[in-house]
Design a protein around this ligand. Structure first.
Ligand code: HEM
Ligand code: HEM
Length: 182
């Protein structure tokens, strides 16, 4: 399980984006599913935190994609077959699309509904769009299903990473883990 060249590694920024988004998404997803269980008087704060963390994830996803388009990703390890390479690339595109679609649908649900998004109570974000009840309802309808699609895609992606690590015993997972392990 060795990596022949340091250039095959994901750099610190790539790892920071990957794992900070994973941790925030986990917390956001768990809190969202439990959202209805919070006492009535806490709902306003819980929703403010939900929207703010969702916007934070969206900002990180934008920064990450910008970084990804500007710098080169390390090449896929030579031992990975062409078919698996294509499957992984397709999976990554799906993950990126959903990473944008989930928070964006949430933000647009709120903005088209004419409601304010207070970023952690610090300042109000501009809504960017004029109020539109039909669009708000549409965003409401797709927000949760998109989240479940993201959960499915991420589960498949994590299973693939574990398959590389434990079954194929190659360095695919290790080169994405924090720290320089080569
Ligand atoms: C990656 C980020 C996000 C994830 C994973 C996520 C996930 C979810 C989930 C799973 C629910 C359903 C909760 C339930 O009813 O049990 C939900 C509801 C909601 N989300 Fe998000 N969300 C994200 C971002 C956002 C953003 C950025 C906003 C707005 C700025 C937002 C606004 C809402 C609202 C208003 C609801 C309640 C909808 C209702 O009343 O049924 N979300 N979210
Ligand atoms: C919500 C969860 C996750 C999301 C949204 C996500 C997203 C992504 C994306 C978009 C990439 C492609 C990187 C790029 O080309 O910019 C990637 C790479 C990677 N992810 Fe994740 N990931 C998640 C969870 C995980 C987990 C739990 C693991 C480990 C068990 C993992 C392991 C990896 C590895 C090893 C790579 C590098 C693959 C390669 O070298 O080709 N990811 N991830």
């Amino acid at each position: 399980m060795t990596i022949r060249s340091a250039s095959l590694h994901w750099n610190g920024l790539a790892k920071f984006f990957h794992w900070s988004i994973v941790v925030l998404l986990l917390a956001q997803g768990i809190a969202a599913v439990l959202m209805d269980g919070f006492p009535r008087e806490m709902r306003g704060t819980v929703m403010m935190l939900h929207k703010s963390t969702g916007v934070l994830i969206l900002l990180l996803a934008i920064a990450r994609l910008a970084w990804r388009l500007m710098s080169k990703a390390p090449p896929v390890l030579p031992e990975v077959s062409a078919a698996n390479r294509m499957l992984a690339q397709l999976g990554h595109v799906v993950l990126y699309v959903l990473l944008f679609a989930v928070p964006l649908s949430g933000f647009l649900m709120s903005a088209y509904g004419g409601r304010v998004t207070e970023f952690y109570g610090l300042f109000a974000l501009p809504n960017f769009v004029a109020a539109n009840d039909a669009m708000s309802a549409l965003m409401h309808q797709i927000h949760e299903p998109l989240f479940f699609a993201l959960v499915l895609a991420a589960a498949g992606h994590a299973a693939a990473a574990l398959y590389h690590h434990y079954i194929k015993r190659d360095a695919t997972l290790i080169r994405m883990l924090p720290g320089n392990r080569t």
